[in-house]
Ligand binder design. Structure first.
Ligand SMILES: Nc1ncnc2c1ncn2[C@@H]1O[C@H](COP(=O)(O)OP(=O)(O)OP(=O)(O)O)[C@@H](O)[C@H]1O
Ligand SMILES: [Mg+2]
Length: 378
């Protein structure tokens, strides 16, 4: 088929996607424009999201275009609605307990335009995120990174939690990273710990100094962490995100081309609501959600077979099914995780036989398999 014919076929496929908010298909509704397919079969179009649109709309459109014979890859330029972010009340956006800095807000920014060339030596970059605080993002990030490193991958872990960096404690690191290079072009060396190259604002700030920063500053620090840290060549970089759907998430996707985000939730409804918002935000900025991890799911009473579902069960899996996102697995509440935290060693290394480590290993392995199938980063 000619390229023009392919573009027409893509447009036709997109008429099959009906926006439940309007009842109209997305082409007739004027939400799709600039449909183009190049000689290599790369399809591209602009998708204008509107207030109230379900987050899955973009993914469905992408899947429909990708299903057209002759189309090899699909790139969607998502146009975001104007502020305030749709469907979110200001209270929603404040739902994590920490102070929310002023500055960028979801929905107030143009689609991401990561500069090519940043972290060019890094093959894969994934963010570990959630809409919610305290669900185990840093624990999952720590263990996924340690798991990948133990399998022989050159792995980095970037702590993007500027307000409350957790990574130094989880790795038991108190050193200050050395600085190398000539005056004027100095680079910070990541700390290598348990086989993982680490960088965190926690290494650079004085201990217990609260990090109170505004959006633009966060963007600046993240960018510096990518450009001025001597990461070297990495097979995988894991980024541990702060809670919420705010500045850090937006800054990250605008700074660097992510391979995707892993969303962590606890099983109960109140948590999955926040995570749903988190997923929607990544979809809006055209970032693949690699899957959902359900953490703190079930506690086995020591010395007995009895399992108590302290936080309920299945909420993460249900959410994944509903949004057609892979469910990556569940991690039980495990004393080994708390002990690993106190010890400053990732659970997969400190207690490899624990139930939590077994789950984390499985999740890590399936994630690496998924990443291996994705096209290379730009
Ligand atoms: N499966 C688990 N079993 C036992 N303890 C856990 C488990 N998962 C996390 N924890 C503990 O819960 C606490 C919160 O976990 P973690 O810091 O990873 O969450 P977070 O989502 O990164 O939090 P924040 O939003 O503050 O960054 C930590 O003390 C951690 O050790
Ligand atoms: Mg954390």
């Amino acid at each position: 088929m000619s390229q023009g014919g392919l573009a027409t076929a893509v447009k036709k496929a997109l008429t099959g996607i009906v926006n439940p908010a309007t009842g109209q298909d997305v082409v007739d509704g004027g939400q799709v424009s600039a449909v183009d397919v190049d000689a290599e079969g790369n399809a591209r179009f602009v998708f204008s999201l509107r207030r109230g649109d379900p987050g899955v709309l973009v993914r469905r459109a992408r899947a429909a275009a990708g299903g057209v014979e002759g189309v090899k890859a699909v790139k969607v330029d998502v146009q975001l609605p104007q502020t305030p972010a749709d469907g979110e009340s200001p209270a929603d956006r404040q739902s994590d307990a920490r102070p929310r800095p002023q500055g960028l807000q979801p929905g107030s920014v143009p689609p991401p335009t990561p500069k090519p060339g940043i972290l060019a030596g890094v093959k894969r970059i994934i963010a570990i995120s959630s809409g919610k605080g305290g669900v185990g993002k840093s624990m999952v990030a720590t263990n996924l990174a340690a798991h990948a490193a133990a399998r022989g991958l050159a792995t980095g872990l970037l702590d993007a939690d500027i307000y409350g960096p957790n990574i130094p404690v989880m790795f038991g690191e108190r050193r200050r990273p050395p600085v190398s290079g000539a005056k004027g072009s100095e680079m910070i060396e990541p700390l290598e710990s348990h086989g993982v190259r680490l960088m965190s604002l926690g290494f650079l700030l004085d201990r217990a100094q609260p990090a109170i920063m505004r959006g633009p500053l966060i963007a600046g620090i993240l960018k510096q962490f990518m450009e001025q840290v001597a990461w070297g060549d990495l097979d995988l970089m894991v980024v541990d995100m702060p809670p919420g759907t705010g500045d850090a998430q937006l800054s990250l996707v605008q700074t660097v081309d992510l391979d995707g985000a892993v969303m962590v939730t606890t099983p109960q409804k109140v948590a999955t609501g926040d995570v749903r918002r988190g997923i929607k935000m990544f979809e809006r900025v055209n970032t693949r959600v690699l899957g959902v991890v359900e953490n703190m799911c079930g506690f086995q009473i020591p010395g007995s077979d009895e399992v108590v579902d302290l936080f309920g069960r299945g909420g993460g899996e249900e959410l994944a099914r509903e949004l057609s996102i892979p469910f990556l697995g569940r991690v039980p509440i495990d004393i080994a995780v708390r002990e690993a935290g106190d010890e400053g060693r990732p659970t997969v290394l400190s207690a490899p036989d624990s139930p939590a480590a077994a789950s984390l290993e499985k999740i890590g392995a399936s994630l690496l398999e998924t990443l291996a199938t994705l096209p290379a980063r730009r």
